[in-house]
Write a protein that binds this ligand. Structure first.
Ligand SMILES: Nc1ncnc2c1ncn2[C@@H]1O[C@H](COP(=O)(O)OP(=O)(O)OP(=O)(O)O)[C@@H](O)[C@H]1O
Ligand SMILES: [Mg+2]
Length: 583
């Protein structure tokens, strides 16, 4: 049997090495790889005094160009890290001092095919899932698919300069984005680069876009409310800090509006709005609005618009979550909105099909469920030892004709702690926000609701459920008895008070006053169309004439029987004068 031939190592240099040099190289190879190599010499005049040694995927570049490339990278890193170039000279100095002129080892692979933001690569056997690789043109990519003899890499930039045969090298770093407080008030892309006109962003750290969710012992129960300021949600489907509440509905049913109102209503909570696959113009309108209302100062917008490639849209929610985690681990409360995960699933489907993975249900790849649970599990309320910070998630999902049994909706419903279901028919009937009370639910938020809200909301949900049932039955009969008529009118009145324009979140006291007034049946004497104007005037009256009541509710978060009675009588009296004026 012929002896197995030793693998080859290639030495590129201008001059053939002498025997002594050759021995030293062989010894190095033996030490490094614990096996023997056949050293093949190839002449390369361009290398001058240097040399380049290629062993499999590993390249030891000791040429002048190689070392310059290494220096260039180090300097680029310095520039990236420090945007405020006040002391750039000393930074460069220390970078040059620490510049390691030792033989640079790196692994290189080669592009087999490229297109649609995806490259298939040969070589780089040791690359790991999620690792960043760099192409010759400087474009970065992430290893997304590992096969027996090739790698699928998604590109994070322009692929026009990447060609078949281009060299690719490993970085040993997992994909991540720079993070820091400097991100507040900014609009960034999925790689954390500024896309507004505020200049570069100062970062303090780099966080992996994919990182494990906090474990059970690292968490504590959800027990603090995250008010949205939207009456129909805070009263019946309360959201707690650390909760994941899905907003689901057909297109144009007010999904985004609910999330944005929730952002507008936050004061001590940092908000991250991740726009996936939306029109860039809609996102910029939204940013403009947040800025005008003063909400941008505590908000970061991460946008991967419809014109971005599938890989970029795919990575966006993970990047947003990495930013959220940065704040959470500082003990802060964060609200993150994913708008929307249907488009995210579509981007992932495109990417998977391009990677030639086999399609499953509705042509989505089989791991799309895992994809989203991995993402949403990162929302949590940390225990006090870890600072007690939290991430509350509001993922958004679009349905087709109200079908919640499609693949992506059922997946995400099962991953979240509840859903706000928005219905087109309600929306078009003018019932906005179009919350379907029967199909919406919040599984953990009740524990986080303040006593005042719990007491004021009372049986609201049940009353509305009864009303809906009755409404259906009574549609076909014309002569209704007096008590049924009253029940119906009461229900209709409740539906009226739940109507709320966008951009006008209610403070806690307003919600309590509205609920106490309505459930005391004070609105029964009003015509339906009078209810909203009356409520507006009533709130103004309380805020100008009874600030004590308002403050007490906001401060204590409680609603005693006496206070309830006081609200009731004050509202009753105001109703009388209001009706006089109306006549
Ligand atoms: N409570 C509300 N009162 C009045 N108008 C509203 C209300 N909520 C939403 N709208 C209006 O309805 C329209 C659609 O709202 P929005 O963009 O929030 O819906 P969407 O479900 O996110 O739509 P898309 O499917 O296009 O993302 C907007 O013009 C918005 O101003
Ligand atoms: Mg929307």
């Amino acid at each position: 049997m012929a002896e197995k031939k030793a693998p080859r190592a290639y030495l590129y240099a201008a001059k053939k090495p002498d025997t002594q040099q050759e021995e030293r190289l062989k010894e190095f190879l033996g030490r490094r790889y614990a096996r023997e190599y056949e050293l093949v010499y190839k002449q390369d005049e361009d290398l001058g005094n240097g040399f380049k040694l290629v062993v499999g995927d590993d390249v030891y570049d000791r040429s002048k160009q190689g070392r310059f490339a290494q220096l260039k990278e180090i300097l680029e890193e310095v520039v990236r890290r420090d945007d405020d170039s006040s002391d750039v000279i000393s930074l460069f100095k220390s970078a040059i001092d620490s510049w390691n002129v030792e033989t640079l080892s790196r692994e290189e692979g080669e592009v087999l095919t490229i297109g649609d933001g995806i490259a298939i690569i040969r070589g780089l056997d040791k690359a790991v899932y999620g690792e960043i690789v760099v192409f010759e043109s400087g474009v970065k990519g992430m290893v997304q698919d590992i096969r027996r003899d090739s790698l699928g890499v998604i590109l994070f930039g322009d692929d026009t300069d990447v060609r078949e045969g281009s060299r690719v090298r490993r970085t040993g770093k997992t994909a991540g984005i720079p993070v820091g407080d400097g991100y507040l008030g900014r609009v960034v892309n999925a790689l954390g680069e500024a896309i507004d006109d505020g200049g570069p962003i100062q970062s303090v750290d780099y966080r992996a876009v994919e990182s494990p969710a906090p474990g059970i012992v690292e968490r504590q129960a959800v027990n603090t409310p995250m008010y949205t300021g939207i009456l129909s949600i805070d009263s019946m489907f309360p959201i707690g800090r650390g909760q994941r509440e899905l907003i689901i509905g057909d297109r144009q049913t007010g999904k985004t509006s609910i999330a944005i109102d929730a952002i507008l209503n936050q004061e001590d909570v940092i908000c991250i709005y991740v726009a996936i696959g939306q029109k860039a113009s809609s996102v910029s309108r939204l940013v403009e609005m947040l800025r005008k209302k003063g909400a941008m100062k505590h908000t970061v917008v991460v946008s991967a618009s419809a014109s971005e490639t599938a890989p970029i849209q795919y990575i966006a929610p993970y990047a947003g979550t990495a930013l959220a985690e940065y704040f959470m681990y500082q003990g802060k409360d964060v609200l993150i909105v994913y708008d929307d995960l249907s488009k995210h699933a579509v981007a992932y489907r495109a990417l998977s099909l391009l990677l030639e993975r086999s399609p499953g249900r509705e042509a989505y790849p089989g791991d799309v469920f895992y994809l989203h649970s991995r993402l949403l599990e990162r929302s949590a309320r940390l225990n006090d030892e870890l600072g007690g910070g939290s991430i509350t998630a509001l993922p958004i999902v679009e349905t087709q004709e109200g079908d919640v049994s499609a693949y992506i909706p059922t997946n995400i419903i099962s991953i979240t702690d509840g859903q706000i279901f928005l219905e087109s028919s309600l929306f078009f009937a003018g019932q906005r926000p179009a919350v379907n009370v029967g199909l919406s639910v919040s599984r953990v938020g009740g524990a986080a609701q303040t006593k005042a809200m719990k007491a004021a909301a009372g049986s609201l949900r049940l009353d509305l459920a009864q009303y809906r049932e009755m409404e259906v039955f009574t549609q076909f009969s014309s002569d209704l008895d007096e008590s049924t008529k009253k029940q119906l009118k009461y229900g209709q009145g409740l539906m009226q008070i739940l109507r709320q324009p966008t951009g006008k979140p209610y403070p806690l006291h307003s919600m309590v006053i509205i609920l106490v007034t309505a459930t005391a049946r004070l609105l029964m004497d009003l015509e339906l169309k009078q209810i909203r104007p009356f409520i507006d005037d009533l709130l103004k009256h309380f805020e100008s004439m009874h600030t004590g009541i308002c403050n007490e509710i906001d401060k204590s978060g409680k609603l005693s029987d006496e206070l309830r009675e006081e609200i009731r009588s004050t509202a009753g009296e105001f109703l009388k004068t209001w009706q006089m004026q109306e006549r």
